[in-house]
Design a protein around this ligand. Structure first.
Ligand code: DGY
Length: 413
């Protein structure tokens, strides 16, 4: 018994309706819920067409507006949390499944595969997709990088697409999520990171299934399209940084190694096929994004940049005259990222612009030095970049733990 949810904003109503119909026709789906942000055109079109769809499919299909649950910008998080609340309070279904509403490649197998995972016993099942080498730039440069630097021996950096919106939770998971204030408050784009983080923190066995046809949806233009998402995803990682996940350093017992206390079962289906268009597609408008580095400079940004070492500061400043990004290789990005974790303030627009410029620079550096060399080269690079971040951070933490232990021993003596 399951509930399928489509959170939506302004979308092509035909695409959403088609997806709702596919879900409602699925034999294992009991109910479909569409959660809108406001009563705009897409909402009205669904409102008009749902009665007919209900008759055709003989299924319960509901349309609601998202509630104000969190305390961040009202966005996707409020939509998804509204659905979780509805699932617990209004239904007795066992599983809730989420899908982005704008997908044009959606099909019944997307539902079946999630449900098969649940039948195998996984309380969390997620889809992942082949993506072109310049897509997923928040995933790789912000989320996976942050997971690798902050929780290097946890399962988090190994999750294929931690921002993915196609997933299944069993009831017990939803109950615990909604008890968690941090999850309820995350009303913005940070919600995906929150769900991923808490799935791992609560040690839920997780299965990632591979959908080879890929997720075709609206393409991004300039990287500005992703600015709000970027800022909110980074803010979420920053807000979680003091959580310790599983690291129990046993420096004396196992020289230099870490024991995972809360390691989780996490399995991912082998990514068998990559469709041709994924090799050929370009994820964003490269030329349009170059000029972003030169725009929107304020005197306040110059003051804030003083927290970075000279090399980074000068590299960013150079953009006032002409695009400059080749300095943002993976090492410089790691250095900048760790400084941002200490100083970034989402409530300050100058900080938002600094984070944005550094990220655009990092994405352009990667695009022009790595992605240019072809899909397989780029994918190998991205995975190994995360490995290097994990190794760097784990070693650093071991060193710190040893030092602390030494200090403790000497103060006891
Ligand atoms: C990401 O980085 O995963 C965002 O969806 C943008 O592609």
């Amino acid at each position: 018994m399951c509930l399928v949810v489509f959170p939506f904003k302004k979308e092509n109503p035909q695409v959403v309706l088609n997806n709702v119909k596919i879900a409602a026709q699925h034999p294992k789906v009991d109910e479909v819920l569409c959660v809108g942000v406001e009563k705009e055109e897409t909402y009205r079109s669904l409102e008009q067409n749902i009665p007919q769809l209900k008759m055709e499919t003989n299924k319960d299909i509901n349309l609601i507006l998202q509630e104000r649950i969190g305390n961040k910008r009202p966005g996707k998080g409020d939509g998804m949390n509204t659905a979780l609340k509805y699932f617990l309070e209004e239904t007795d279904h066992n599983e809730i499944l989420f899908f982005d509403s704008d997908i044009t490649t959606f099909g019944p197998n997307w539902i079946s595969k999630l449900l098969e995972g649940a039948e195998l016993g996984y309380p969390v099942v997620r889809h992942y997709f082949p993506r072109c080498s310049t897509d997923g730039m928040i995933t790789w440069m912000i989320t996976k990088t942050g997971f690798a630097l902050l929780w290097p021996t946890s399962e988090l950096p190994w999750i294929e697409q931690p921002l993915g919106g196609e997933l299944l939770f069993k009831r017990e998971v939803v109950e615990r999520f909604l008890q968690q204030e941090e999850v309820r408050n995350r009303s913005d784009w940070g919600i995906d990171t929150m769900y991923t983080f808490y799935s791992v923190k609560y040690c839920y066995p997780m299965l990632e299934t591979y959908i080879s046809e890929g997720k075709l949806h609206k393409l991004y233009g300039k990287l500005t399209d992703l600015k709000t998402m970027l800022v909110e995803c980074f803010d979420t990682i920053q807000s979680l940084r003091d959580h310790s996940l599983e690291l129990i350093p046993k420096v004396n017992e196992m020289e230099g190694s870490f024991l995972c206390k809360g390691g989780i079962i996490h399995r991912a289906e082998h990514p068998h096929e990559v469709p041709q268009d994924v090799f050929e597609k370009i994820g964003f408008d490269i030329e349009g994004s170059l000029t972003l580095l030169m725009e929107n400079w304020t005197p306040g940004m110059e003051d804030l940049l003083s927290v970075f070492p000279r090399r980074i500061r000068d590299g960013v400043y150079a953009n006032k005259k002409a695009p400059s990004f080749s300095f943002l290789d993976e090492h410089t990005w790691r250095e900048a990222y760790l400084i941002l974790l200490d100083h970034f303030d989402i409530n300050n627009e100058d900080w938002q612009e600094i984070l944005f410029k550094l990220w655009v620079g990092r994405v352009l550096c990667y695009t022009t030095t790595i992605a240019l060399r072809g899909y397989y080269f780029a994918m190998r690079y991205l995975y190994s970049m995360i490995d290097r971040y994990m190794n760097y951070s784990a070693k650093h933490k071991i060193k710190k733990a040893k030092k602390e232990e030494k200090n403790e021993n000497s103060s006891c003596a």
